[in-house]
Each structure stands twice: as C-alpha cells, then as structure tokens.
Design a protein around this ligand. Structure first.
Ligand SMILES: C[C@@](CO)(OP(=O)(O)O)[C@H](O)COP(=O)(O)OP(=O)(O)OC[C@H]1O[C@@H](n2ccc(N)nc2=O)[C@H](O)[C@@H]1O
Ligand SMILES: Nc1ncnc2c1ncn2[C@@H]1O[C@H](COP(=O)(O)OP(=O)(O)O)[C@@H](O)[C@H]1O
Length: 312
C-alpha cells in the first residue's frame, strides 16, 4: 500500500480532577475522556522522490497541514505527528520514510487534543504503511511517551485516565450524547493553564485534593442519562482557564441560559462544550451561540466515537 489515511476524533473531558503537582512536572489526574465526532485525518504516504541513498539530503519524515487556522501548527520535526512517526521508526529500529498530510478540523490549542489525535493517527498510519504490525499495546506505550492524551486518541469511546492521564480504563456507556462546541479565537497553552491552576490554589491556601472519579458521572454514563451527565460534568482547570480568558464565562453563561444540560470548558480550554438532549437541540443551541462575543465558530458533534481508525 503506498498511502494510508487514518481518521481520528477530538475529545472532551467529562471530568478533569487535578491532584498535586508531581516532581516530574505533571499533575496526578482523574481524567474522564469522551471522543466526539469532530475529526482530523492523517495520511501517511511513501515519498515519491529518490530513496535516501541517492539523495542523502531528503528528510525521512515530512509533514504538510491543511485546514482553517493551522498557522500555529508546526510543520517541522516538532509536529506531534512527526514525533510519533519518528518514535515508531525508532522502536522498529530502522529509518523509515513517510510524507504525512494532516487535514485539520479539530481546533488548535483548543483543549480538544488535536495534536495528540494527529500523533495517534500517525502511529496507526505508519504502522500500516511500513508493514510493522505492532500490536495496539505497543502503540499505546509509544503514544504515552509522546503526550499524556495520545493513548486515549488511539482508544476512543469513553475512558478514565489516571496517572498523568495516560493509564486508561474503558468506561461503560449507553446511547449517544449530543454536544455543541464553541470555538474561541486563539488557543490556551496547556502548561500555562496547569500553572495558573496551581497558582490559584496557592493563592487561596487550598491544598490540591487527591483526584477521585465521580460516581454520579459513571452512573449517568452507564444509564445514558444526559440530564444527569450534564449535572455531573466537572473540570478543575476551568477556574484557571476563566482567569486567563475571562470572556469564556460569558460563553458558558449563554449556553446555560439557552438551556444546555451542562456547560463546561473542555480540558485546558478555550473551547466550551455544551451537552444537549438531542441532535435537534444541539443544532438549535449552535445557532443561538453563533453570535456570542469571543466565539469564533460553533460546531455540533456526538459521542462516543471510536479512536484512530484506518479510513475506507
Ligand atoms: C489538559 C489535558 C486534559 O485532557 O488536555 P488538553 O485540554 O490540553 O487537550 C491534558 O491533561 C494535557 O495533556 P497533553 O496535552 O497530552 O499534555 P502533555 O504533552 O503530556 O504535557 C504538557 C504539559 O502539560 C502539563 N501537564 C500535563 C498533563 C498532566 N497530567 N499534568 C500536567 O501538569 C505539564 O506542564 C506538561 O509539561
Ligand atoms: N499536529 C499538531 N496539531 C496541533 N497542534 C500541534 C501539532 N503538533 C504540534 N502542535 C503544537 O501543540 C500545541 C497544542 O495543540 P493541541 O493538541 O491542538 O491543543 P490542546 O493541547 O489544547 O488540546 C499547539 O499549540 C501546537 O503548537
């Protein structure tokens, strides 16, 4: 096969409980991930130019990015998809080549793990393109070294992540949940939001709690109860995201006023997520939120959906 395309979903965090800062610079988490139907696509293709023995200057891994607002996505070796492909080649012990094309629909630096999704998609695509046949457990290990959210993009559906979010256990869910996402202008830096969370806790003299999964959330997922799920959504990073981007409070309030079952900042933000009763209600709410200040665009999606999957 000379090209493999993988489709990979965005995530929203249904619960993000942030524990103390660890010595390695990460926080212990209980992170309930939920994959939603907003997808990036990554194609890994055999390069058409001469093999390296004939052109030693040719880079083994190259990347192009297509889509709206892809300005902040690096097209260098720092791209998370390139880092993932390189880590996979290193594991296989050979200098494989690939041209990667990322078609982005997931907002960049939006708290929906688009970069992590691209890394997971690159692992699946290159594993196939290079005929490595590595099992998903091996891909999971490589994924965790790239970033805390990357393993979940391989797994998809709904899962709880512990440790720094990379140790996953799938969660039982029933039915389909309907979401509206309000995308903001510009991103928020994940380390900066974690740093602000620590700062706010210190300022308030509050010790970081030991993170624990919400039983109410687990029950709502098991029963497919959107009303209960809306009430159980929680995000310990939300106060920090709001401190750094105060306009998000207005976006969340607008969603609640228009009847969302739950309104929350997704992960480190600035994307805001709204849960609704039905696909129809999601479209109605999306239309109402379109004109809210600070809202760049609004999309609807459903979850859960599977993780990185070879297309076609
Ligand atoms: C906050 C979350 C919620 O799912 O995602 P986003 O909302 O940004 O997508 C994640 O915890 C982000 O995971 P990811 O984006 O993979 O982060 P990593 O590359 O592993 O780490 C980037 C930086 O975030 C901080 N970090 C990340 C994970 C963690 N458990 N504790 C942390 O403090 C650290 O400062 C770290 O250096
Ligand atoms: N393939 C990629 N897609 C998006 N961002 C990437 C990618 N590779 C590296 N990055 C960098 O990672 C940062 C965080 O990206 P992203 O995963 O979209 O956001 P978040 O961590 O908020 O979910 C971006 O600011 C960008 O500089």
């Amino acid at each position: 096969m000379s090209a493999i395309t993988v489709r990979v979903p965005a995530k929203v965090n249904l619960q993000l409980a942030v524990g103390p800062l660890r010595d390695d610079g990460y926080h212990d988490l209980v992170n309930v991930f939920h994959a939603v139907s907003l997808f990036d696509e990554v194609t890994a293709a055999e390069p058409l130019d001469p093999a390296p023995e004939r052109d030693p200057s040719a880079a083994p891994l190259r990347v192009r990015v297509e889509g709206d607002l892809t300005g902040e996505v690096p097209v260098s070796d720092d791209n998370l998809a390139v880092r993932a492909a390189r880590a996979l080649a290193d594991r296989a012990g050979r200098s494989y080549r690939a041209d990667l094309l990322i078609r982005k629909s997931i907002p960049v630096a939006g708290g929906m793990a688009g970069g992590s999704a691209d890394a997971a998609a690159a692992l699946v695509a290159c594993n196939e393109l290079w005929g490595l046949g590595l099992p998903v457990e091996d891909l999971m290990e490589i994924a965790a070294d790239i970033g805390s959210d990357v393993p979940f993009a391989l797994l998809g559906d709904t899962a709880v992540g512990t440790g720094r979010g990379e140790r996953l256990a799938p969660l039982e869910t029933a039915g389909v949940f309907h979401w509206v996402f309000a995308l903001a202008d510009g991103g928020l830096s994940t380390p900066r939001v974690y740093g602000e969370c620590d700062r706010l806790r210190e300022e308030a003299g509050v010790a970081a709690p030991t993170p624990a999964v919400s039983e109410a959330l687990l029950a709502a997922l098991r029963e497919g109860d959107a009303t209960a799920l809306g009430q159980a959504l929680s995000n310990d990073l939300q106060p920090a995201a709001l401190a750094l981007r105060p306009s998000l409070a207005d976006t969340l309030a607008a969603g609640r006023e228009h009847g969302a079952l739950g309104a929350i900042v997704s992960g480190s933000g600035p994307t805001c997520a709204f849960l609704t009763e039905s696909a129809e209600r999601a479209h109605e709410l999306a239309a109402l939120l379109k004109d809210v200040d600070g809202c760049r665009s609004v999309v609807t999606a459903h979850g859960p959906v599977p993780g990185a999957t070879v297309a076609g």
